[in-house]
Design a protein around this ligand. Structure first.
Ligand SMILES: *Cc1c(COP(=O)(O)O)cnc(C)c1O
Length: 366
């Protein structure tokens, strides 16, 4: 079976380096907020082109901590997309702010500028962009819109490790970028992890306080913070895995290019190709079809796993029935949720695997 992810197939050289990193931490006698964390934060901020990175417990906390560090909370509205991981919206709720859902562009699955414009009110404090599936697009237009309305631009980069536009990396455009290192992400830990990246020193300082019980100096707590820290074992593992990220991203991009060139089934639509100046990092390769259930079953029978990201738009979640939203509705998100299907696109796939997926999709008859 060709899986969506195949961690057990990772190379022995990578595993050996990871075991060495774990042993180094174990024998160091220091496990939370130390050298390994600071080293990874320095490496990651450098790769993102930001002045600071603050390691936290996971991607959702990175968003919540960033919002709280910007003093965005009760009474404030944050606009984001109805087509995202639930964590994007839950982070806004947990920060005490009010999420407002905007619709997507059906060609890309990303937030629609027109829809976001309709959602802006005097209470709007920020737009949380989600670089869904690894795409970064239209950053000039987003920066201009946020500037015009005097609201913060925030980036959920959980699916977009080192995606870029003209060399500028995701997370460096807005007030902050929130990264997740959940195992399935393009850069994943062996457990949970996350980071907030920013070039705003005051914001980075406050995030560092908030992740550690709101403590500024030992035993002094100017904030009611959280306990959300990237531990030393995960940081050491991430520093090792970071050395493989470029090569793994190139592999994802090569698979995606082969899919783009070879998929030719009239019942299967591709998302808009990335613009020439952008690096799409293909966290997921998503297609659209009106026959999703039968395509998924056909792929399964052909030895190809395919998953859905995401089957339920945020406003259809049980607790979100009366969530605020674009007055014109969220039709494009609803249609996308019914039609999207993610094909395997990960660094352990062989040429043969890629061909198997292509043949299976092209053979599909609804
Ligand atoms: C995975 C993900 C998150 C949450 O990250 P965790 O580390 O699991 O908390 C947030 N937003 C998006 C878009 C994601 O894909």
């Amino acid at each position: 079976m060709i899986l969506m992810n195949d961690f057990k197939a990772e190379p022995e050289t990578l595993i050996a380096a990871e075991l060495q990193a774990v042993e180094r931490v174990l024998r160091s006698g220091w496990y939370v907020l130390g050298e390994e964390g600071r080293k990874f934060e320095a490496l990651w901020s450098q790769r993102c082109g930001t002045q600071h990175a603050v390691g936290v417990g996971n991607g959702m906390d990175a968003i919540e901590i960033g919002l709280r560090a910007l003093d965005i909370g009760p009474g404030d509205e944050v606009i984001t997309t109805a087509m995202t991981a639930f964590a994007s919206v839950l982070a806004i709720i947990r920060a005490g702010a009010t999420p407002v859902l905007a619709d997507i562009n059906p060609e890309t699955g990303l937030l629609s500028l027109e829809s976001v414009r309709r959602c802006i009110t005097p209470q709007t404090k920020a737009v949380l962009l989600v670089h869904l599936y690894g795409q970064v697009r239209d950053m000039d237009a987003w920066l201009a819109l946020c500037e015009q309305h005097q609201v913060a631009l925030l980036e959920d980069c959980a699916q977009a490790h080192l995606a870029s536009v003209a060399g500028q990396v995701a997370g460096s455009f807005g007030s902050f970028g929130a990264y997740s290192f959940y195992p399935t992400k393009n850069l994943g830990a062996i457990g949970d992890g996350g980071a907030l990246v920013t070039s705003n020193a005051a914001l980075a300082d406050k995030a560092g306080v908030l992740r550690n019980y709101g403590q500024s100096v030992r035993y002094y707590h100017p904030e009611f913070g959280m306990n959300s820290r990237l531990d030393e074992v995960q940081a050491a593992l991430l520093s090792v895995r970071l050395q493989w990220l470029e090569q793994y991203t190139a592999h994802r991009q090569s698979i995606a290019q082969q899919y783009r060139n070879a998929l030719n089934n009239a019942h299967v639509k591709l998302l808009l190709a990335p613009e020439a100046v952008t690096a799409h990092v293909y966290h997921l390769f998503v297609v659209l079809t009106q026959h999703r259930e039968s395509l998924q079953a056909h792929l399964q029978a052909s030895g190809v796993q395919a998953l859905i990201h995401y089957p339920v738009p945020i406003h259809h979640q049980e607790r979100c029935g009366d969530i605020r939203r674009d007055p014109a509705g969220l039709q494009a998100s609803e249609t996308h949720a019914l039609q999207c299907l993610s094909l395997p696109c990960h660094p352990q796939m062989s040429e043969q695997d890629v061909q198997t997926v292509i043949d299976a999709v092209n053979r599909f008859v609804p």
